[in-house]
Write a protein that binds this ligand. Sequence first.
Ligand SMILES: [Zn+2]
Ligand SMILES: [Zn+2]
Length: 165
Amino acid sequence: MSFFDKMKKGVTDAGSKAKTLVEVNKFRLNIQSLEAEIQERFKKIGQSVFESSSDEIGSEPTLDQKAKGNIVQFCQEIRSRQQEIVELNKKILELNHQKNCDKCGRLNQAEVKYCSECGHEFTQVVTIDVVAAQTTTESTMITCWKCHEPLSQNDRFCGKCGTSR
Ligand SMILES: [Zn+2]
Ligand SMILES: [Zn+2]
């Protein structure tokens, strides 16, 4: 690759990184508003319960059918928003070329085959472009003694061959 080509590539990389950041921020804002909507519904549930009690001191809430119906609806709305948040968080991870281990929850780079914390083998391995691979290499200094794959300071297993350090 010529110097000029490299320069052009650098510009495109910076552009796609900025685009990724915009996307990630958009998803984060979505999550924030969903969380606000969830809080609003928690309040409404509390209010429904309160309104079903009388002025009498020590009166217990008597949830009538209408109040129960409202609460059921609020619960459903909360759960669907929680599900949306899970999906959005997954998209953010994908954009950042990361994934969570199904077994221990540790954050791993998207392209690794084995979890760096527990050695769990991933069934789906994402192949990534050179740009992301380069940034991975730059931020690490240690390598796997067996396959020489670059490892992070706190990796306990090699992401490529699954060898324990
Ligand atoms: Zn793991
Ligand atoms: Zn290795």
